[in-house]
Design a protein around this ligand. Structure first.
Ligand code: FES
Length: 114
């Protein structure tokens, strides 16, 4: 893909394209790419993509509350930074995956590490 606007480093990531025609990404979108459950979040008009998995027990973060740049696990309240996947509070001590993401027109691009 030749795209000067592409902010995802293709030497590090495989880039997956999703047709967003007819998809209303108002807050979150649940996807599976390469068997990885992913949540794409739209917060203050910015897109983020993180693993839909809490590192405390490997369950989904699902519709966990978003506070500023944190998602709160709906089970025991661990918080993760949606920009980096960093675990911020107990009981989670391990980070979760985060993925580069951007949208251009009706196409959503997500990078998965090679
Ligand atoms: S399962 Fe997420 S904090 Fe326990």
């Amino acid at each position: 893909m030749e795209n000067k606007q592409n902010p995802i480093d293709e030497s590090i990531y495989d880039i997956f394209e999703l047709d967003m025609d007819g998809v209303d990404l108002t807050e979150r979108l649940f996807l599976t790419i390469n068997e990885q459950a992913i949540i794409v979040l739209k917060v203050k008009e910015k897109l983020y993509a993180i693993g839909d998995i809490c590192s405390h027990d490997d369950g989904p973060l699902d519709n966990g509350l978003i506070e500023d740049h944190c998602i709160v696990c709906p089970r025991h309240g661990a918080e993760f930074d949606i920009r980096s996947g960093k675990a911020l509070t107990m009981p989670a001590i391990k980070d979760i995956p985060s993925y580069p993401v951007y949208q251009e027109g009706n196409t959503l691009y997500i990078g998965m590490k090679k």
